[in-house]
Write a protein that binds this ligand. Structure first.
Ligand SMILES: [Zn+2]
Length: 134
């Protein structure tokens, strides 16, 4: 494991495979998507903080979570601007904006521009990629 100057975590693919469950590895490292409504946090509305399942980075607050009806946990914004990064994902016909953990680079989900005010954003995140701390 290496930490660069920004505190980011870099591991080899096989190292991730060892520390993550099969589902976590498929989502976080292979850009997988879990099934809608059949995941841990889509209807979790307890107060707390959502952490990256791979590295423990704080990603989202329950304050910014909302019911999107999509079957995935949805947030108006990350817990702070440094928590996640985005890049353009052209893997489907429709171009999407991919969201990943800013510390370990793990894939979290996508962000769409059809969320509620004031941000107008909807961070659509896989439960598998997160842990929850009440
Ligand atoms: Zn992470």
């Amino acid at each position: 494991m290496q930490n660069n100057k920004r505190g980011n975590i870099e591991k080899l693919d096989k190292e991730w495979k060892e520390i993550l469950t099969d589902d976590e590895y498929r989502v976080l490292r292979k850009q997988g998507t879990e099934p809608a409504f059949d995941n841990e946090f889509y209807d979790n509305f307890k107060k707390g903080v959502y952490l990256c399942a791979a590295c423990g980075n704080e990603l989202f607050s329950s304050k910014d979570k909302f019911k999107s009806g999509t079957g995935w946990p949805s947030y108006k914004k990350p817990i702070d601007e440094e928590a996640v990064e985005t890049n353009i994902d052209k893997s489907l016909v429709q171009t999407r904006t991919e969201v990943h953990c800013n510390r370990c680079g793990g894939h979290l989900g996508h962000v769409f521009e059809d969320g509620p005010e004031p941000t107008g954003l909807r961070y659509c995140i896989n439960s598998t990629a997160m842990d929850f701390k009440e």
